[in-house]
Design a protein around this ligand. Structure first.
Ligand code: SAH
Ligand code: SF4
Ligand code: F3S
Length: 467
């Protein structure tokens, strides 16, 4: 595919930095420390974008807060993946008008994947007059300029022009966690699965230069980060557009060979592009976590075809088998959609069979949600909501039993975990495979890898004791 990526120049970035300085001085001159709240919806890609939005806001002199009341700027970074996600945002957007009434100088922005849809931008423009600005993921790097416009002109701004996508290096990042970090290695998606909105709102697939990624990861390791996740909609396509002869497995290997104590993860992988080389690379590097998120979406070949997924059940199963042959303890997780248009009861049963055959450690289950503009949204869909709900419940029951049995298999075993926080009176930690382990112990353990003996479990988590 032709590379249409626009690289944001140093000069363009410098202009944004100058705007940040102007905003900072504007507040300083009034003796005010302004406050900003960034509210994030959706996937880790959005979490990573929010860290860049916070980075820009910090450069503009804003203190980052965790609530909307009294904030001088609120940014809602939204998700468009399912209708429910959009409804939540519109619901919460309503509440912001009250905050704004009590704090007149507040500026409200809506960005992220919802802002990538013209219909949403129009709805915000027409029905939410108190929203000051709206920008799609392609315009994120220009946020300082957009904010300055709303402050100085006191007018609304809608930066929602479509684009095949850009890459901007050097946006400051304020990370929310000091142990776990997300690193975007690529943006956009070329796959156009027939149900999915992402390619329409995030543009074409484009990879960051390996040197930039490695420098970022080195910085994270030096700063003490212990759990690093490489992000992309289909990480297996990494590098295809660069023409450097480096693929995702090569990138993983280069990072895994960096000195330091850390675990490397990635998401998401598309089964059509997951290679044996990637599994082999994982198997041969201790620093690559033995965890693989490999969404299958459906266990039926006709549905997979209608979804435009480009693999069949047999190919999917053979990947799972290969992964397990080189890494017997590999933790597999996946995504599945129930009630795709025209899915019959028998076709749904194929999905149940797949789950019973593979026995995933965890599964993210979704009911099909039509997204305007995608091919699946206009497909015939005779299945009733009740039938879809019944399938969804059945799938969850099957998976919950498997998750519980998988967890029971840990009882009595000793596993290495990274202690990463607290939850009520417990410490929380994660195994290499990403399973949650609660334990008791001193909070001084946070940030350390320790061995724990698993003493109890539920469907959702494990309980352990430090040994
Ligand atoms: N790029 C990732 C997925 C990102 S979206 C991948 O290809 O695996 C996360 C999950 O949301 C998808 O895997 C899919 O299971 C689900 N999803 C996406 N569009 C959906 C829709 N229209 N309705 C229901 N679930 C959807
Ligand atoms: Fe959506 Fe498919 Fe791209 Fe994943 S690979 S983001 S499901 S179009
Ligand atoms: Fe949602 Fe956009 Fe992620 S649609 S799932 S936030 S890429």
């Amino acid at each position: 595919m032709e590379r249409k990526t626009t690289v944001i120049t140093d000069e363009q970035l410098r202009h944004q930095q100058q705007v940040c300085e102007m905003i900072k001085e504007y507040w300083l001159a009034q003796g005010i420390t302004p406050k900003a709240w960034v509210d994030t919806y959706g996937c880790q890609q959005n979490e990573a974008d929010s860290e860049r939005i916070r980075g820009m806001l910090s450069a503009c002199g804003y203190a980052i807060v965790n609530e909307g009341e009294g904030a001088d700027v609120i940014v809602m970074n939204t998700c468009a993946i399912r209708e429910h996600a959009e409804q939540r945002v519109f619901g919460n957007l309503g509440a912001l008008s009250h905050y704004k009434r009590r704090h007149g100088r507040m500026k409200i922005f809506l960005c992220g994947c919802m802002a990538g849809q013209k219909s949403v931008a129009d709805r915000v423009k027409n029905s939410y007059p108190y929203v000051d600005g709206c920008f799609n993921p392609h315009q994120l790097w220009r946020f300082p300029e957009l904010l300055w416009y709303t402050i100085t002109k006191n007018k609304r701004i809608f930066a929602t022009e479509d684009s095949s996508g850009n890459i901007c290096e050097g946006i400051p990042i304020v990370r929310t966690n000091n142990l776990k970090a997300w690193v975007s290695i690529m943006y956009g998606c070329n796959n156009f699965c027939s149900y999915c909105i992402v390619p329409y709102v995030r543009g074409r697939e484009r990879s960051r230069q390996p040197g930039e990624i490695i420098e970022e990861v080195k910085g994270l390791i030096a700063a003490g980060y212990k759990d690093i996740t490489l992000l992309g909609q289909n990480v297996n396509s990494y590098g295809k557009d660069l023409g450097l002869g480096i693929d995702f497995a090569d990138l993983m290997a280069q990072i895994a060979e960096l000195p330091g104590e850390f675990l490397l993860r990635f998401m998401t992988s598309h089964p059509k592009d997951a290679s044996h080389k990637l599994f082999d690379t994982m198997a041969s590097h201790d620093k690559i976590a033995k965890q693989f998120h490999l969404p299958f979406q459906s266990g039926n070949d006709r549905i997979l075809k209608a979804m435009n997924r480009h693999y069949d059940l047999a190919q999917y199963l053979s990947l799972i088998d290969y992964g397990r042959s080189v890494m017997p303890d590999l933790v597999f997780t996946s995504d599945v959609i129930v009630g795709f248009p025209g899915e019959t009861e028998e076709e749904f049963e194929d999905t149940v069979k797949l789950i019973e055959r593979v026995r995933f450690d965890a599964l993210f289950t979704f009911i099909f949600s039509p997204r305007g503009g995608t091919p699946a949204a206009s497909m015939d869909d005779p299945t009733t909501k009740e039938e879809k709900n019944a399938r969804f419940d059945r799938l969850c029951r099957v998976q919950n039993q498997i998750s519980l049995e998988k967890h029971q298999a840990y009882l009595g075993k000793t596993v290495r975990v990274l202690v990463d926080g607290t939850d009520k009176e417990f410490l929380t930690s994660r195994t290499e495979g990403g399973r949650l382990v609660r334990l008791s112990g001193s909070s001084e353990l946070i940030g350390q890898y320790i061995n724990v003996k698993i003493t109890d479990c539920t469907t959702w988590s494990l309980v352990g004791e430090p040994v």
